[in-house]
Write a protein that binds this ligand. Structure first.
Ligand SMILES: *[C@@H]1O[C@H](CO)[C@@H](O)[C@H](O)[C@H]1NC(C)=O
Ligand SMILES: *[C@@H]1O[C@H](CO)[C@@H](O)[C@H](O)[C@H]1NC(C)=O
Ligand SMILES: *[C@@H]1O[C@H](CO)[C@@H](O)[C@H](O)[C@H]1NC(C)=O
Ligand SMILES: *[C@@H]1O[C@H](CO)[C@@H](O)[C@H](O)[C@H]1NC(C)=O
Ligand SMILES: *[C@@H]1O[C@H](CO)[C@@H](O)[C@H](O)[C@H]1NC(C)=O
Length: 308
């Protein structure tokens, strides 16, 4: 962690991404403060250390079930600390390709800066010459309030009569994903803290939660809850169609489009619609009471909202 940094929220609105099949984030690159991070020269020992460490982390992250690797290379003053973590659903080849591209993006976007974090859709990497940033997850240093997070969100929002229901549905799936991901701590096979889920709203809502495998369960839970709180800050006045909120240690996403590979680990029903104070409930004739009434009603409402 960068000592003394508080929460830094960065909002990047990327409207054209809504046209792409993956309704998620663009690359988000976060350099360390250039005054304290230090700089390196082209072809320096530091750069050689960074490149060899990056190559090892790319290979190791893509070869391990957790999609995670961390390590150091060289000796002071050219020592490099780095980590790479792939999204839990990626296979070895997309994990490796993402991590490789992320290290390249870090160097190209901040040439000579010794410390950069890069958040891509399918992976996160960080390197630093200044500090063993991984020490932040040691119990004596861990402070949730010091986690630096970033958020990206859709430029368009859900509004109209179904907005309250959409809001409640997003809350439900994110809450469930936080618990499910933290509970995955016990998975001795994958070592992953990872959960995906889909919810029977119309259209469906998809979500994903993930923590760094080296966290203990309590840290994973705290980290994800803090990201859920961060997302809530952007759901007060409007309801973005997707939000991606990330830190080095955990990430939490929802979207009205599926943005991960494989079967969803959680299958959730939509919550009951909020009380019909401002949204009179109309029953569709000939439909079953429970799920299909809900679906039919909201299907009408939401198609007018044109969420797709
Ligand atoms: C860095 O090394 C490469 C390969 O040896 C060389 O082609 C390039 O000119 C060097 N660049 C600098 C700035 O020294
Ligand atoms: C990569 O994995 C190899 C084999 O397990 C290990 O020896 C090496 O230390 C790892 N390197 C890094 C940087 O993770
Ligand atoms: C890995 O995942 C990517 C992205 O989903 C897919 O295009 C590719 O075919 C997969 N590769 C293998 C070997 O399964
Ligand atoms: C561990 O993960 C594997 C692969 O995703 C899954 O099949 C298995 O059910 C998980 N085990 C537990 C205890 O969650
Ligand atoms: C969404 O619900 C929360 C309470 O759960 C509320 O504070 C917030 O204002 C709602 N957002 C909108 C846009 O209605």
């Amino acid at each position: 962690m960068l000592a003394g940094y508080g929460i830094v929220a960065v909002v990047v609105v990327v409207p054209f991404l809504l046209l792409l099949p993956l309704a998620t984030g663009d690359d988000y690159i976060e350099p360390e403060d250039a005054n304290t991070a230090g700089t390196y020269a082209v072809n320096s020992t530091f750069e050689a250390n960074l490149d060899s460490l990056a190559a090892a982390l790319i290979a190791n992250a893509s070869a391990t079930p957790a999609g995670f690797a961390t390590g150091t290379a060289g000796t002071a003053p050219d020592k490099v600390f780095a980590m790479a973590l792939c999204r839990g659903d990626t296979n070895a080849s997309s994990c490796g390709a993402c991590a490789r591209a992320a290290f390249v993006a870090g160097k190209q976007s901040n040439p000579g800066n010794k410390g950069v974090a890069v958040y891509k859709d399918a992976c996160t990497i960080r390197y630093s010459g200044r500090q063993q940033f991984m020490n932040f997850i040691r119990q004596e240093q861990w402070q949730v309030s010091q986690i630096i997070w970033n958020i990206q969100r859709a430029a368009t929002s859900v509004s109209g009569p179904a907005a309250g229901w959409f809001n409640a549905s997003v809350t439900k799936i994110l809450t469930a994903l936080v618990e499910q991901a933290a509970d995955a701590a016990g998975n001795s096979t994958t070592k992953k803290y990872f959960a995906t889920g889909e919810e029977d709203f119309v259209p469906k809502i998809y979500g994903l939660a993930q923590c760094l495998p080296d966290l203990v369960k309590e840290q994973c839970h705290e980290c994800l809850k803090s990201l859920h709180n961060s997302a809530n800050l952007y759901m007060r006045d409007s309801l973005p169609k997707w939000i991606v909120t990330r830190s080095l240690w955990c990430s939490l996403w929802y979207s009205a489009r599926k943005f991960y590979d494989g079967r969803s680990m959680l299958q959730l029903s939509a919550p009951p619609p909020p009380p019909p104070a401002d949204t009179p409930v109309v029953t569709q004739p000939g439909e079953e009471k429970k799920k299909s009434t809900t679906t039919g009603l909201e299907g009408q409402r939401l198609s007018r909202l044109s969420i797709h």
